[in-house]
Design a protein around this ligand. Sequence first.
Ligand code: SF4
Length: 391
Amino acid sequence: MTSLPVIPVDPDAPGRRPAMPPRHLADLDLPGRRALVTELGEPAFRARQISHHYFGRLVRDPAEMTDLPAASRDRLAGALLPRLLTPVRELACDDGATRKALWRLHDGSLVESVLMGYPDRVTVCISSQAGCGMACPFCATGQAGLTRNLSAAEIVDQAVYLAGVAASGAVAGSPPRLSHVVFMGMGEPLANYSRVVTAIRRLVAPAPEGLGLSQRHITVSTVGLVPAIRRLASEDLSVTLALSLHAPDDELRDELVPVNQRWKVAEVLDAAWDYAATTGRRVSIEYAMIKDVNDQPWRADLLGRLLAGRSAHVNLIPLNPTPGSRWDASSKPVEREFVRRLRESGVSTTVRDTRGREIDGACGQLAAAGDSDSEAARGARPGVAVRDQET
Ligand code: SF4
């Protein structure tokens, strides 16, 4: 087994301050927006007015906020609505039901988000970091390392933009209202803890303070940062926790998910069960099916023993390989046998819908290709297919 680096660089460490974006209204709660608006010499009610445009009407362009006096609009836009995301590329597939956006941030970093429409719901998968420091060797994002944490507003703005796309009716056959958000794009959400929690609070706060989504329709994924899982359990939020396990034994997980060298399988699962007990939310166990690596029948049985009787559901994710990668997806018969064994152990199991394969839908693949269509970049970075979460 290869030994891989365990602990990522902390991008917020003193002396390594990354170029964070300007403040945006989505970084602030409504009282914070009111205070700022008042400081600018504007009446406090403007905070509610501009928030209604952004969160209620999904309008991100100040020029469209025509009920604001022109002079106030410029002042408020400068202070509260800086442009955070510049579209680089938008791609659609699955007959328009999947749309992927690649963004350039103010410092040139690239991040991705995905919109997935279903007959009964619309889900967005958003990024929480530019790059990722967790170094999972099968993941496109992990191979490039971490650039920086996203601000809360950079996270929220992805959802607001794509909620606007859904509201425009662009996703045929799906409801027009965004209903679910999964933190399964680029980055390890719990490594950007405070901003991710702030972003969640904006997503679930009723309009005009936030987007008004149900907490139960938010899913936060993690590779298993145990202290952060325990902290999240104490936040009085009932979001779903998705634990990216990928292996039931420490020997293999030390390689596939290097942070396992710090927090072992038993410790991570303990934290997950405590999370389920505290929040009442069933934990989602994510397991990328990688051919001849983690898909053996004995590993299905071991996983079944670890999860039997627990408040958990397994999502098997067919790996979305890229050309030149040494990682490949398990065959369908192997996948079916894995499912059969888990279910035989009494563990609820499904195989993840793999949206967006033909548009570099795996986490990090589009950013790896960047805006240059680099085949070398595509080939070097395999990944896990775009993920959506049943709740
Ligand atoms: S799988 Fe997730 S945690 Fe691991 S490197 Fe990729 S983005 Fe980071």
